[in-house]
Structures are given as C-alpha cells and as structure tokens.
Design a protein around this ligand. Structure first.
Ligand code: AMP
Length: 205
C-alpha cells in the first residue's frame, strides 16, 4: 500500500502516520524528519535547509524530489510506504505520479483557528520523534524513550504564521488535485488521537 497524509502543520500527520505505518507494516517517510536528520548531521543539504525551514518556507522541489526518489528505493519501502509532509506542492505531486501509483490520500482536516495553539504547544522527542502537547503532557522527558523534549525552532509563534500561509498557498491546492483523481478521503482531525486513528483505519479498509 502506498499512502499520502495531507494536512496543515499541526494537524497530527506525524502522530497518525507513525501509528498507521506500524499497523500496515509499511515505511513511514517524513520529509521533515529527513531534513531535520540532515540538519543534525550538519550535511551540506542540512545547512542549506536550516535557514529555509526556520523561515517557515519550503525547501526547493528538486531537492525534495531527489531525496524521495532515493528513499523509496530503500529495501524497507518494497512493501509500501506512507508519505507524511510530502508532496507539498503541485510540482512535487506531479513528480511523484511519475515515480509510483498512490493508492489513497488521507486529508487530515483541522480548523485553522486550532492550529496555532496545537503547534506552539507542541514538544518533540529528539530520540524517537514522538510529539507531545503541553496541555496534556507536562513532563520534560519522553515517556517512550526517556530523551529530553524540545520545541522545534519552526514551531515558534513567528514562524508558525508563515508556515500556515505557505500551506494555504502551496499545499492546500493538493486537496482538489487528489480529489479530482478520486484518491482523496478527508477525516476530521479535531478529535482525540485514537478517534482520528480509528477513522483513518476505517477509511483504509
Ligand atoms: P514538517 O516536519 O513536515 O512540518 O516539515 C518541516 C519543514 O521542512 C517544512 O516547514 C519545510 O520547510 C520543510 N519540508 C518538509 N517537507 C517538505 C516538502 N515536501 N517540500 C518542501 N519543504 C519541506
């Protein structure tokens, strides 16, 4: 199975992608996680991406498409994969359609007014990538792997507004793009994490 999770920043794509990819036994491909790994390792790509990400803008399409092309050739992708945060532009979607056939696109819908609070209260685990929210998780360390949580630089309030503008202008058009190809299912992302997972699992059945 080859899936795409669409949705604005803060919709819960990463959390849901991790759960669904594990349940379906397919690879979870987060282009954001891949870029953050490059940044941590201090590679040329990571250094170039850092400034762009911190402004809340998008990394150039050719860089992302090249990264994805290599990633889906890895052995763990042979049984299928789930894209989280890719594609983000029509050019990326067109490039992807030349690479493989997607079975289903899940659009996680959350009212815009809820997103700023969701993102600015988000804390991440550098060890396992888990995400938490300060409203219901007050510990400073991850309950799964024990690492000390941090706030992503691009989750700071100033950058969040720009990420939402970029999403509206460049990524939201993909909703119609995939709807017109009869691939889109929209789920209500403004529910508990478990309820959203159940809705996605039902849509995939
Ligand atoms: P994410 O973790 O998906 O929110 O991504 C964090 C940041 O990485 C984004 O705000 C972009 O700057 C960059 N990024 C991640 N995926 C893509 C993509 N498919 N196209 C362009 N930039 C991306």
């Amino acid at each position: 199975m080859k899936l795409i999770f669409l949705g604005p920043p803060g919709a819960g794509k990463g959390t849901q992608a991790e759960r669904i990819a594990a349940a379906q036994k397919i690879a979870h491909i987060s282009t954001g996680d891949m870029l953050r790994a490059e940044m941590r390792e201090g590679t040329e790509l990571g250094l170039a991406a850092k400034a762009i990400i911190e402004r809340g803008e998008l990394v150039p399409d050719d860089v992302i498409i090249g990264m994805v092309k290599n990633r889906i050739q890895q052995p763990d992708c042979a049984g299928g994969f789930l894209f989280d945060g890719f594609p983000r532009t029509v050019a990326q979607a067109d490039a992807l359609s030349a690479l493989c056939e997607i079975d289903c696109v899940i659009n996680i819908d959350v009212p815009f007014a809820r997103l700023v609070d969701r993102i600015s209260g988000r804390r991440m685990c550098p060890g396992c990538g888990a995400a938490f929210h300060v409203s219901n998780y007050t510990a400073e360390t991850c309950d799964k792997c024990g690492a000390t949580l941090y706030q992503r630089d691009d989750d700071q309030a100033e950058t969040v507004q720009n990420r939402l503008r970029v999403y509206e202008a460049q990524t939201q058009p993909l909703i119609d793009y995939y709807a017109s190809r009869q691939l889109l299912t929209t789920v209500d992302g403004d529910q508990t994490v478990d309820a959203v997972t159940a809705q996605i699992a039902a849509a995939l059945r």
